[in-house]
Write a protein that binds this ligand. Sequence first.
Ligand code: NAP
Length: 320
Amino acid sequence: MVGAVLVHQDTIIGEGFHQAYGQAHAEVNAFNSVSIADTYKIPESSLYVSLEPCNHVGKTGACTHRIIEEKVQKVFIANLDPNPNVSGQGMRFLQSKGVLIQQGILADKGKAIIAPFIVHQTQKRPYIILKWAQSKHAYLGVKGQQVWLSNAQSKVLSHKWRSDIDAILIGANTAITDDPKLTTREYPGEDPIRVLIDPHLRVPKDKAIFGENGKVIVCNYTKEGIEGNVTYLKMEEKEYSIASLCKALYKFDIYYLLVEGGAFTLEAFIKENMWDEARVIRTSHLLSDGIKAPTLKGRLLDKKAILGDEILYIENETVK
Ligand SMILES: NC(=O)c1ccc[n+]([C@@H]2O[C@H](COP(=O)([O-])OP(=O)(O)OC[C@H]3O[C@@H](n4cnc5c(N)ncnc54)[C@H](OP(=O)(O)O)[C@@H]3O)[C@@H](O)[C@H]2O)c1
């Protein structure tokens, strides 16, 4: 989510991004990518970063120290670190060493890239993506029946989305009616953790969600503990909310959560304003009656056509 570009007289001589947690940060990768022949240009170069360089030694060294070592004189930053405990520290340290800083460059675009990180740091919950497919007249399905709405290509895309996230969540009725496997079988990648909201433990154990591969978390009112690959997460009925559930999931290292329905579950997230993005697959499938698809207010970021389906990417502006 963080990128860095090293520019010498309008030519990029190095670039890098933060590839994985615990590994080198973007700035370090940018410095390391410079060819031996160009190394002498580094002190005369400007560094552009999408996030303020870190000033603390964690799993890796402080990026600010590397910037000073490399003798870079100018650093352009899109956004300061959203973590209130460290925000501004990297910038001030560099300034104290005489480095010229300009902050707020393409701030909106930078913010969009780090939106999940902002949510993690400031709200201690997963970044939440709501996803559903709807018929031509905005029905999500038919009560008690499995109805397939989106086309084969959209299905592959939604499996790609599954490969990008840590966990996928559904409600009890969807687990019973649709019996989904919730895997990424149509796209290369790891299967997400499967999360089921089943307060009264109604979903039979022979349903696909309880398949032996991968971890399953069942949020419920009565049971706790671990049985095989299933973790029962007991939620106090009186204090139960989507917000408290998401805080609990965050503690399971779930940083990206895809909510795949059904309507009741999606509405619960919307009602509490606990969502960051929605991806809606509008199809031409005709249903004359059924379960109404949710409605939400957000900013349309993008619209893409896949064969006959239309994918809407919507952002929740109110939580950023
Ligand atoms: N088109 C699509 O993209 C799509 C995707 C998924 C599902 N569907 C369709 O949607 C239908 C199911 O939707 P649905 O609205 O009936 O049910 P649902 O959202 O799948 O499940 C609702 C049930 O889950 C539990 N639950 C979920 N969220 C909860 C919350 N915040 N608090 C407490 N309990 C919660 C409750 O169980 P208890 O009643 O036991 O308390 C609730 O009755 C199916 O027909 C399926 O085919 C369509």
